[in-house]
Design a binder for this molecule. Structure first.
Ligand SMILES: CC(C)(COP(=O)(O)OP(=O)(O)OC[C@H]1O[C@@H](n2cnc3c(N)ncnc32)[C@H](O)[C@@H]1OP(=O)(O)O)[C@@H](O)C(=O)NCCC(=O)NCCS
Length: 208
């Protein structure tokens, strides 16, 4: 499948909402109100992957710039994204691109769409002269191991390649490092049980 990555437009909202409702529970799918807010606040940080032959949306990523020192590493997704609205976006003072979302339609996973969405995000970090991009990687397979090990142990095994996690293994492959393992990140997520790895990719053009 051939696809292109472009900035999100209002005409994409219905398809983005449909994909997110398939992946997450309906209650936590993106809403028009949130997606409109992202475009009003920071259109440059919002991307979709579009299948060239059909125009169908097959993936999406959403980001904002945050003043990381305003936040504790242990704060959750709602704090970093102002409950999904991005009204805490601070392009004047912030030096961290916060990845609030990356998702790809289940039917076309492992076709390189997620990688391309991340490549574009890294390019944006460089264009804006930011220090880094950070995100929370929900530990999607942790629920299968929760009775046997802590989230820290789980992350260590994923880093060593002894376990595969559909989210964290993907992000490590994109050159991210784990800087913390946190609880209560997405408290209602039945797969991660709220556990997440805080991950970072540093802009190689910047030293500090
Ligand atoms: C995470 C996600 C965006 C990856 O998208 P994708 O388009 O399938 O990823 P890519 O095809 O670009 O994968 C690139 C590489 O990442 C790694 N990878 C991707 N999915 C993986 C998985 N399930 N397990 C292990 N490694 C994986 C592989 O190394 C892959 O390369 P390969 O296919 O040549 O082996 C996708 O699985 C998704 O939408 N998940 C649900 C939403 C979600 O949880 N998002 C993260 C929120 S924190």
């Amino acid at each position: 499948m051939k696809f292109r990555i472009r900035n999100t437009e209002p005409r994409d909202f219905a398809e983005i909402i449909e994909i997110s409702a398939k992946i997450y529970r309906k209650k936590t799918a993106w809403t028009v109100r949130e997606l409109e807010s992202h475009l009003n606040i920071f259109p440059e940080g919002q991307f979709v992957a579009e299948e060239i032959s059909t125009g169908k949306i097959v993936g999406m990523s959403a980001s904002l710039v945050v003043l990381w020192h305003d936040y504790e590493v242990k704060e959750n997704w709602e704090d970093f994204t102002d409950c999904g609205m991005f009204t805490n976006h601070d392009i004047e003072n912030g030096r961290t691109l916060y990845g609030a979302e990356v998702m790809v339609s289940p039917e076309i996973r492992r076709s390189g769409v997620g990688k391309r969405l991340y490549d574009v995000r890294k390019k944006l970090v460089k264009q804006l002269g930011l220090l880094r991009t950070r995100a929370g990687a929900r530990l999607r397979n942790y629920h299968r191991f929760a009775g046997k090990m802590s989230a820290d142990e789980y992350v260590e095994l994923v880093k060593q390649g002894k376990l595969k996690d559909p989210t964290l293994s993907f992000q490590l492959k994109q050159g991210f490092n784990v800087i913390a393992v946190v609880s209560g990140y997405l408290p209602d997520d039945p797969e991660s049980l709220g556990k997440a790895a805080v991950i970072e990719w540093r802009n190689p053009d910047k030293n500090s």
